[in-house]
Design a protein around this ligand. Structure first.
Ligand SMILES: *Cc1c(COP(=O)(O)O)cnc(C)c1O
Length: 384
């Protein structure tokens, strides 16, 4: 007998990706913004762990205007799906990567005069100008030309025939919790643009806001695009966000199953390091997922999971392949039952924000930490 192909084996620990929800989210976000604002879909890091090809294909279908990625390999994946679709590389290129700007027809982020010279050489050698977005550092201290020197770099770009300026942008350092500094960054950005001679903003992508900044976008301003990452996956960047009114839905859920159920006597010390002592006789379930799947070890003794719609606490340390939970309150828990780490079950829900807090991290990192062992299962139908 042939072994079953891995893709048809029963699921032990998996992520469910609701592509229909993703599409609805894009449409809701777009509808909440002024009509002229273009949608830059940020799909770096395997589309925040959701699976880049599937996610990007659905976002193309939903009408994203431009894709932003971090690496050439991500750019190549998007390029394969959508020949001609604009793709912006957000990260710096290594010198030996430069030529792929032409081969893959990408727009590059430019922060330095050295990059201007290198990318111009690519444009000259390929016979077609290379598209660039000028990035202005307004206080993040990461990529971008320092705002007081942006005009010089702008002039260098426009002085070379081998480059085509396609956009200008900046990135906010703390849009969630420092409105004053975000306003200052906006002010620095706009002041820098005013010092660029002959700049025609209406012909460029002019962007600053990511998911967190969207709600603070001023009405009358030259901004005409937003870079949406987390929010399109239905996750609010911070708990009190006004974006809750946009009513996006989670796209990702994280699920595993019960391997065994057994009882242990009061006083038993549980898991590696014997990090939990039972205060009473308990029924425990051993889940088929651990940090080898992306359940953070930092969530040991803190996280909860849903089983039959009830919250069950994790006992002791999360291990590589298994996690122990207390199911004393769920007498009908059985081998094979589904356990929800992130998502909904029988009217109960654990949000990715709550799950991330148990591990002292943020939803962005949680999504990037789900490992390769975890199959992504796609739901595609456009339901309600
Ligand atoms: C990742 C990233 C974004 C998207 O941020 P979210 O908070 O996930 O919306 C936007 N801009 C840049 C430059 C990024 O690196």
């Amino acid at each position: 007998m042939n072994p079953a192909p891995a893709s048809r084996l029963p699921l032990r620990c998996w992520a469910e990706i609701d592509l229909a929800a993703l599409e609805r989210n894009l449409r809701l976000i777009r509808a909440s913004l002024p009509a002229h604002i273009r949608y830059v879909a940020v799909v770096k890091a395997d589309a925040y762990g959701h699976g880049l090809p599937q996610t990007a294909a659905r976002l193309m279908h939903a009408g994203a205007d431009l894709f932003a990625v971090a690496t050439l390999s991500e750019a190549a994946t998007v390029r394969d799906l959508g020949p001609g679709w604009p793709v912006l590389l957000l990260s710096p290129l290594l010198p030996e990567e430069d030529r792929y700007l032409a081969d893959l027809d990408l727009a590059a982020t430019v922060s330095t005069a050295d990059e201007v010279a290198r990318f111009a050489a690519v444009g000259r050698d390929s016979g077609r100008p290379v598209s660039v977005h000028l990035k202005i550092d307004t206080g993040m201290g990461r990529l971008g030309v320092w705002h007081e020197r942006a005009a010089e770099l702008y002039t260098a770009i426009t002085a070379t025939p081998h480059l085509r300026l396609a956009g200008v942008f900046t990135h906010f350092a703390s849009p969630d919790d420092d409105a004053a500094f975000t306003a200052e960054q906006r002010r620095r950005f706009l002041a820098a643009l005013e010092r660029c001679p002959g700049l025609r903003l209406d012909q460029l992508f002019v962007h600053a806001d990511n998911s967190s900044g969207l709600e603070t976008m001023p009405g009358a301003s030259p901004f005409n695009a937003v870079r949406v990452g987390l929010l399109q996956f239905g996750i609010l960047p911070h708990p009190n966000s006004l974006l809750a009114q946009v009513h996006t839905e989670p796209v990702f859920s994280f699920r595993t199953r019960i391997g065994i159920v057994k009882t242990l006597p009061k006083g038993t010390t549980i898991s590696y390091g014997r990090t939990h002592t039972l205060a009473r006789d308990a029924t425990v379930a051993i889940l088929c997922g651990g940090y080898g799947d992306g359940i953070p070890r930092a969530a040991s003794n803190r996280a909860q999971v849903l089983i039959r719609g009830r919250r069950c606490p994790v006992l002791g340390r999360v291990t590589m392949d298994q996690t122990i939970v207390d199911v004393t309150g769920v007498p009908d828990a059985r081998c094979g039952d589904e356990a929800v780490l992130v998502g909904r079950q029988d009217g109960a829900e654990i949000s990715i924000t709550e799950f991330s807090r148990w591990a002292d991290t943020i939803p962005w990192e949680t999504l990037c930490s789900v490992t390769k062992r975890v199959p992504r299962v796609y739901r595609t139908a456009l339901g309600v």
